[in-house]
Write a protein that binds this ligand. Structure first.
Ligand SMILES: [Fe+2]
Length: 361
């Protein structure tokens, strides 16, 4: 049962994350950043790992720009799963050629995040052109064909048997951090596909694929209406919920959520102005959540674009003590922080795939 009564013993700071002096602060939290917390203060760094014995890896990071999913070379290929549990999977797609069929996933929703590349999602409700920084949500059962333009279409693919929805942020109203009218909906068009004697529908069902052949194309339609539709959202249209005073916990940056997981977007934001307050994410242990972070870009050079990291629940992480102190000493209030990325945080532990482990450092 949650208690709002907080207690303090020994040396602490008056306000969390402000005026730390010689102390380090470790945040232990339940239920993401929403549940009961403990802030533990020390005069030494708590995250200097010397050795690990056993199978629990504190944090692994895989260079997905070296991933070679089968859709990279085979038009009938698929994304490669990197991390997964019963609620969600995170895969990498690098599709080089158009799907030679219409595709329908009856196992769940698909949420693409475009790291690199351009092209078209040709859906049965019209076309959606994509570019880097786009989320493209294809609801369960909606038929589409992915048609990349020449080049590397490097995407993350989040798949969930439960519906993936835009996160409600009740304290910031209806148009923060996403004004729903910035969503780009599919536009009905004439795809101009050549006439064929039969049209293949490739269906994913129960984890397996089957093909059903139809007399008419399933992608050609002349109109649609309703509240079930694919759409895209570019991360440049996400307004960061930030504070001029202090780093805001990433719970404020949830963009989508589904059953057992949340998708969080890190977008560029202004550096905080209170030089007494901590700016970088501090040491934290989210004991109820696994965390995966994909680096989309970081013009300041801190993050490694294309890397996907996995931190199991209860593993301490955050900027190390030397990095934190160096950053505090040189930071400039009002400057632009450039890190841009996508995080999938899950309630159930994530399993590292063989491909992920092969690409991990
Ligand atoms: Fe974290």
């Amino acid at each position: 049962m949650r208690s709002w009564i907080h207690h303090a013993k020994g040396r602490t700071v008056r306000q969390a994350r402000v005026g730390m002096g010689d102390l380090t602060e470790e945040h232990v939290g339940r239920q993401g950043f929403f549940g009961p917390i403990a802030l533990i203060y020390r005069t030494h760094a708590p995250n200097e790992v010397i050795r690990v014995e056993g199978t629990l890896a504190p944090r692994l990071a895989a260079d997905t720009s070296r991933a070679e999913p089968s859709d990279m070379t085979d038009p009938r290929g698929h994304p490669e799963i990197m991390l997964s549990n019963a609620d969600v999977s995170v895969a990498v797609s690098r599709r080089a050629a158009a799907m030679p069929y219409a595709y329908r996933n009856t196992d769940g929703d698909l949420l693409y995040f475009v790291h690199k590349g351009t092209g078209i999602f040709a859906t049965e409700m019209g076309r959606i052109a994509y570019e880097p920084g786009d989320y493209v949500l294809i609801p369960k059962g909606i038929t589409f064909s992915l048609m990349p333009a020449p080049g590397d279409s490097h995407m993350l693919v989040v798949e969930s048997p439960s519906p993936i929805s835009l996160t409600e942020h009740k304290q910031t109203g209806r148009y923060m951090p996403v004004d729903p009218t910035v969503l780009v909906l599919p536009e009905i068009c004439d795809y101009g596909f050549p006439t064929q004697s039969e049209y293949e529908l490739r269906v994913k069902h129960g984890g397996a694929h089957s093909s059903i052949y139809y007399r008419n194309s399933l992608l050609n339609s002349v109109g649609w209406k309703g509240d079930l539709f694919p759409y895209k959202l570019n991360i440049r249209d996400i307004i960061p919920i930030s504070s001029d005073r202090i780093h805001v916990p990433p719970a404020a940056w949830c963009t989508f959520d589904g059953g057992g997981f949340a998708v969080i977007t890190f977008v560029p934001q202004m550096a905080v102005s209170d030089l007494n307050a901590e700016e970088l994410p501090g040491y934290h242990r989210n004991v109820d959540n696994d965390e995966s972070v994909f680096v989309h870009s970081d013009t300041a050079g801190g993050g490694r674009p294309g890397y996907l990291s996995h931190t199991p629940q209860a593993i301490l992480h955050g900027a190390d003590e030397a990095t934190r102190r160096a950053h505090q000493a040189r930071r400039v209030p009002g400057s632009q922080r450039t890190f841009c990325g996508v995080s999938v945080d899950t309630d159930k532990p994530l399993v590292d795939s063989t491909a992920f482990l092969r690409l991990a450092r």
